[in-house]
Design a protein. Structure first.
Length: 127
């Protein structure tokens, strides 16, 4: 089973559609459950989850082997995504793909590139 975070957003919904088209079992996480009907597909399980609620992400990760990590780029994104990586690791997720940014670097002058690099490091430590 593959878990997709941000599953009702622009990128996440496209990933869910492509997995469905290939017959791959997916669990789609969304913070806003009102968006599910517009994105519902047979054999795709939608669950409500919030990066600020480790318990909701723990439930979402139950029975999942692989995850696609995507969230809004807010000032809390680094903290939220690293917390997700920890929850995923504790839940038995073995492989995480993170939507990152070209030239992500912990020494970048830009917060955006620094946070992506920090989360990439956390994901790499999962392996």
């Amino acid at each position: 089973m593959i878990l997709i975070t941000g599953a009702t957003g622009t990128v996440g919904s496209e990933i869910v559609k492509r997995l469905f088209a290939q017959g791959i079992q997916a669990r789609a996480v969304t913070r806003d459950f009102d968006k599910v009907e517009a994105n519902r597909l047979p054999h795709v399980e939608f669950v409500q989850g919030d990066f600020d609620s480790p318990d909701s992400m723990r439930r979402a990760c139950s029975g999942v082997e692989r995850a696609f990590l995507l969230s809004n780029s807010t000032e809390r994104a680094e903290q939220q995504q690293i917390a997700f990586v920890e929850v995923a690791k504790q839940s038995g997720v073995r492989h995480i793909v993170k939507l990152s940014q070209l030239h992500a670097d912990v020494n970048s002058p830009g917060r955006f590139l620094r946070y992506h690099a920090a989360v990439e490091t956390a994901v790499q430590l999962l392996a």
